[in-house]
Design a protein around this ligand. Structure first.
Ligand code: CO
Ligand code: ZN
Length: 336
């Protein structure tokens, strides 16, 4: 199975907005079942898949990617059947305005903007509503109730040069990388815990208890990161297609220094395309995992991604391959 096929299997699915990840969790469970020894779902909903190691005293390695996505939750239905929604996660209303959305039960609508808003106005959540085409409140309530979640329509399109656009590549790209690592690590020396975490988009909430229960010796987090290679981008050294991004720092974590050096060295030795990442805004599960329990040696292998949190996120398949290759090379050669 190619990386693209794996990614495609994880997208599109029913919306799996933070706190309601069961749709994607079932798909991942099925993909991971033949690749590991034990599968558990913890109280928060994290999917934890253990592949046991062959070493006499195996170390515990946690590899994690989040399976939730950003979206909207219905908090009010007006007399005309329009739905007011609150954001779940870091929504850009500029990106979301007038995009189609889908609810878990398949109901579709459009995220519309109040008619008195003009081009250039800063859009706030209260300026937006979802129009599902209902003619009245009663008609709307037949399809949707308070607390239901929707997300921008999932999609995946192949572009030139091995690039792919769609959503939510944040972080199904990371989930696909984890599945692929599991396929290539059929007989690991160490115990490997593949963690598909919940509620990352609302503040890295799921990875923390998962890390607490595992108490890993080493953790690698796989998530997307921004790039500096589009018009008017903030200066940033990461480029799409230049390889897996070894995270040095983001605004919530400073990755374990020696681990970062070992990853850079492994990429150099194995001739795997890699670049160094410093993200001056945003964070990932890495910080939550690093600071849980007595703390652990944590790092992140990021997937460069343009247009994060829009309906058309963009990645390069070669970067995904490089993320898998570097993780496998490092885990096989790691000195403990
Ligand atoms: Co995100
Ligand atoms: Zn993410």
């Amino acid at each position: 199975m190619t990386m693209y096929t794996t990614l495609k299997k994880l997208l599109p699915q029913t919306p799996s907005v933070s706190g309601r990840e069961h749709g994607i969790r079932e798909v991942l469970k099925e993909l991971m079942a033949p690749l590991c020894d034990e599968i558990t779902v913890d109280a928060m909903g994290n999917l934890i898949c253990l592949k046991k190691g062959s070493a006499a005293a195996p170390a515990k390695v946690m590899l994690a990617a989040h399976m939730d996505e950003i979206g909207f939750i219905v908090n009010f239905i007006d007399d005309n059947g329009f739905l007011r929604v609150a954001p779940i996660g870091g929504i850009s209303y500029t990106a979301a305005a007038f995009c189609p959305v889908e609810f878990e039960n398949g109901t579709r609508g459009v995220l519309a903007v109040d008619a008195d808003k003009k081009a250039g106005d800063v859009l706030r959540p209260e300026h937006c509503y979802v129009d599902i085409g209902a003619r009245s409140r009663a008609a709307a309530e037949k399809k949707v109730k308070i607390g239901d979640c929707c997300a921008l329509l999932p999609s995946i399109t192949r572009l030139q040069g091995g690039r792919v656009a769609g959503r939510p590549l944040d972080d199904r790209a990371g989930c696909a990388v984890l599945v692929e690592i599991a396929r290539r690590m059929a007989a690991p020396a160490d115990d490997i815990y593949y963690v598909f975490s919940v509620q990352e988009e609302v503040g890295c909430r799921g990875a923390r208890p998962a890390a607490y229960s595992i108490a890993p010796d080493l953790a690698l987090i796989f998530d997307v990161t921004a790039t500096g290679d589009v018009p008017s981008a903030k200066p940033m050294a990461v480029k799409l297609g230049a390889g897996v991004a070894i995270k040095i720092k983001d605004s919530s974590v400073i990755c374990h220094t020696e681990l970062v050096e070992e990853l850079i060295e492994a990429a150099r030795a194995e001739k795997i395309a890699a670049q160094c990442e410093i993200l001056t805004f945003g964070g990932t599960d890495t910080s939550a995992v690093q600071m849980t329990g007595f703390g652990c040696r944590a790092g992140a292998l990021s997937i460069p991604c343009r247009y994060i949190h829009t309906g058309s996120e963009m990645i390069d398949l070669a970067d995904l391959e490089a993320a898998v290759a570097l993780a496998v090379a490092y885990l096989k050669g790691e000195k403990k």
